[in-house]
Design a protein around this ligand. Sequence first.
Ligand SMILES: NC(=O)c1ccc[n+]([C@@H]2O[C@H](COP(=O)([O-])OP(=O)(O)OC[C@H]3O[C@@H](n4cnc5c(N)ncnc54)[C@H](OP(=O)(O)O)[C@@H]3O)[C@@H](O)[C@H]2O)c1
Length: 349
Amino acid sequence: MAVNAAERSAMDRALQLATRGPRGANPQVGAVILSPDGTVLAEGWHQGAGTPHAEVDALSKLAPGDARGATAVVTLEPCNHTGRTGPCAVALIEAGVARVVYALDDPGAESGGGAERLRAAGVDVDSGEQADAAHALIDGWLTAQRLGRPHITVKWAQSLDGRAAAADGSSQWITGPAARADVHHRRAEADAIVVGTGTVLADDPALTARDGDALLSHQPVPVVIGSRPTPTDAAVHRHPHSPLFYDTHDLHAVTADLHARGIQRVFVEGGPTLASAFIQAGLADRVLAYIAPVLLGGDKLALGDIGVASIDHARRLTIDEWVPLGPDLLAVARPAAPTDPQNQNEGAA
Ligand SMILES: NC(=O)c1ccc[n+]([C@@H]2O[C@H](COP(=O)([O-])OP(=O)(O)OC[C@H]3O[C@@H](n4cnc5c(N)ncnc54)[C@H](OP(=O)(O)O)[C@@H]3O)[C@@H](O)[C@H]2O)c1
């Protein structure tokens, strides 16, 4: 059965509800229970490990029997796993839910399989509704499950001719206020913001997420990588969180340690050296390039060596979005899969 308008707007709502939960060992999930005529009966969300899952939270707000024949709209496949709570698929079946619409399959080896269990019990199941939005919501958790490290975004601002700074090293500001506001908003979605010692010494950044002068409610933990000492009066020491310093160039070790600390989303805002090192190490799940209509010339390129010796080894990207920001343009991109058409090199034919 195709997903209807009431179910689509319930999924919008479930995605909003999911954000009320914390980012942590468990994913953020939202759920809405609809009556057969599309009226919202109950809403729920997951409030963190050890608490009821979103669909069970929503069911708990209904009297016994009220969910009979209802539709559950959930951002993640109902689990099929007894952990600290029972399987959600069973809770839905026992409540008499007739239909389940969910966005993303549960990738967990133990927790997956809920859809199959629901179907076997005669529940109508539809998946994939707003899967991209649901994926974006829990990309950090998904990367942690899949790769055992945080989801990593590498960001830089560049001139139209691909420079990250002027000849004297000054780079504040290449882009305009709208682009900078966008960066602050995205910083607030990250758990950690990472720079190299080069950026600390050149720019003395505060590494906070701000709206104008006001601090946003969520602040990423500041992280500085490199051997040179950070001056004791550097702005990063006044950050609401104590900075983490890593005296190493081993980015796999750094990201493993951040993962062990429960950090799921990393925002890399270093200079060209660190951005290139993350990309060369295969540690960039998303690239954000803010492109300003300005020419700087010179040798301060946005990226240095990323291990591409010839065009055959170019790191092809897939663009998810081009976002105009005042006079600037933001490219939101991710590594192209080997099978993507963008990954086919143009020959001279
Ligand atoms: N346009 C932009 O978006 C943007 C953003 C930030 C900065 N900038 C500009 O970029 C310039 C600073 O560039 P930068 O490249 O020096 O800054 P950076 O990338 O932040 O820092 C580079 C330093 O990080 C350390 N490091 C840590 N891990 C490393 C690894 N795996 N490989 C190599 N080095 C590693 C090294 O320092 P140690 O020797 O101490 O170990 C290295 O010199 C300034 O002009 C700044 O204004 C531009």
